[in-house]
Design a binder for this molecule. Structure first.
Ligand code: ZN
Length: 448
């Protein structure tokens, strides 16, 4: 059976991930992501109203025109998890393919919300839920199956999809860390990866994000203990404490909510995306928040909540807000600029349970937000976080488990690939032979 891989997006950048795998006449697309920084760099861009071609020209969504060079029919579109760099282009591209979108329940719900917000295209692809550990047949050959293997990442319900073919498995390895104590959900299913490795892996497509970092990525449990340590240490403070984190990081939000309660403060989630992700996770029973936990997204209800906090005393509350990267329109930045009824005072604590995404726009915005917070007298607790991506030893363990015949590095630019290429070459792979470093828009024929 012919096996061919189209590396469509995310092979020159972090963002706009999209890859297609053809097995005979059947094609499966993995991810359709958005490169948000290409959007945010322009003021006032409303992607909801924009046409796909303009977004492709901006470098914001994958240029899927290479799909016309790939024979066969698309049978499924498979986003691996709910981060925007994996699902953010579905509302712009999925309608071009007559295929269902297949994903885990939390991811499907986020895809659904995104499609509902789309104003340019009518996206009518079927939405099909499939859980980690399940398998579905692809096409009519009876020889190709899609399996979801449970992985751990900085968002719940993440999987690595595996396409089983007569030539071996194609394992799509974006994004994960090896977490055996993940706070929410099951540990990564290394046993299944090792089994798949023994059955034979034709190709492993891997996210190289932290390949330059030595050692192992710590578990979410480590970030949780770090957070506990910080919040317990300021338990006796009788002024304002504010926390911020990735709103899609439900495990972290859960830890913040629990520790707020432990130190005698009422947690409250503020900001549009806080309400969206946590509300969705709670509705789907991924997390059991206290029944009186407030979640407010709209400006008016947020300001009303801030007024209530100021009236009843800041020492009784722990607002958990958006704005960990210093995004100009996010809640924490508005607080820092004094645009909300919440008044920061000398000695108030601001807890960043996040790391700055190393990218000039983020670094600049975050610097500005921290400076503004500092001008109001706030004390900043930074970097209470663990990454969602594998470090070197995790990458080594994955190669050891899967023993792939071919490797395609992904999810980085050329400099980001270099450490992963070194690791693979040390393990006996060779660039140009079985290690395929590539760019956006290429086709790689693995089996003729
Ligand atoms: Zn991700």
């Amino acid at each position: 059976m012919e096996i061919e891989i189209a590396t469509i997006g995310g092979y020159e950048e972090v963002g706009r991930q999209m890859t297609a795998v053809r097995a005979g006449d059947d094609v499966v697309i993995f991810d359709m992501g958005l490169n948000l920084s290409q959007v945010l760099i322009h003021d006032n861009v409303e992607t909801e109203r924009m046409h796909s071609l303009d977004l492709i020209d901006m470098g914001a969504i994958p240029d899927d025109r290479v799909m016309s060079d790939l024979e066969g029919d698309v049978k499924a579109i498979v986003p691996t998890h709910g981060h925007l760099d994996h699902i953010g282009a579905i509302s712009k591209l999925a309608h071009r393919y007559n295929a269902p979108i297949v994903a885990t329940p939390f991811t499907i719900e986020l895809v659904k919300q995104q499609i509902e917000g789309e104003q340019k295209f009518g996206v009518e692809n079927d939405l099909v839920k499939m859980e980690a550990g399940e398998t579905m047949a692809i096409g009519d050959s009876g020889e190709v199956d899609l399996e979801f293997v449970n992985v751990t990442h900085s968002i719940i319900d993440a999987i690595n999809p595996v396409l089983h073919t007569p030539e071996g498995a194609v394992v799509y390895g974006l994004d994960k860390r090896m977490d055996h104590t993940p706070v929410i959900g099951d540990p990564i299913d290394m046993e299944r990866f090792r089994e798949i490795g023994r059955e034979g892996v034709l190709c492993y497509i891997e996210d190289c994000t932290n390949a330059n970092k030595k050692g192992r990525t710590p578990s979410e449990k480590v970030a949780r203990e770090h957070l506990r340590d910080v919040l317990y240490s300021i338990e006796d403070y009788d002024g304002g404490i504010v926390a911020t984190t990735f709103s899609s990081h439900i495990a972290r939000v859960k830890s913040l909510v629990e520790f707020a309660d432990d130190i005698g403060r009422q947690p409250v989630l503020l900001g549009r995306s806080m309400e969206k992700y946590s509300g969705t996770a709670e509705r789907l029973d991924f997390v059991d928040f206290p029944s009186d936990l407030g979640m407010f997204g709209h400006r008016k209800s947020v300001d009303r909540t801030f007024k209530r906090i100021m009236n009843e005393g800041k020492e009784n509350y722990l607002p958990i807000v958006t704005g960990h990267q210093g995004e100009p329109r996010a809640m924490l930045t508005r607080m820092a600029r004094g645009e909300t009824p919440y008044e920061l005072e000398e000695g108030d604590k601001v807890v960043f349970s996040a790391r700055v995404i190393p990218e000039p726009t983020n670094e600049g915005q975050r610097y500005q937000a921290e400076k503004l917070l500092g001008m109001q007298g706030a004390r900043v607790y930074d970097d209470i976080h663990v990454s969602g991506h594998l470090n070197q030893e995790g990458h080594y363990e994955m190669l050891d488990a899967l023993q792939p015949e071919n490797i395609i590095p992904a999810h980085q630019d050329m400099s980001g690939y270099s450490s992963y290429v070194n690791l693979c070459e040390n393990e006996g792979y060779k660039m140009g032979r079985d290690l395929h470093v590539t760019r956006n828009g290429n086709l790689i024929q693995l089996v003729d």
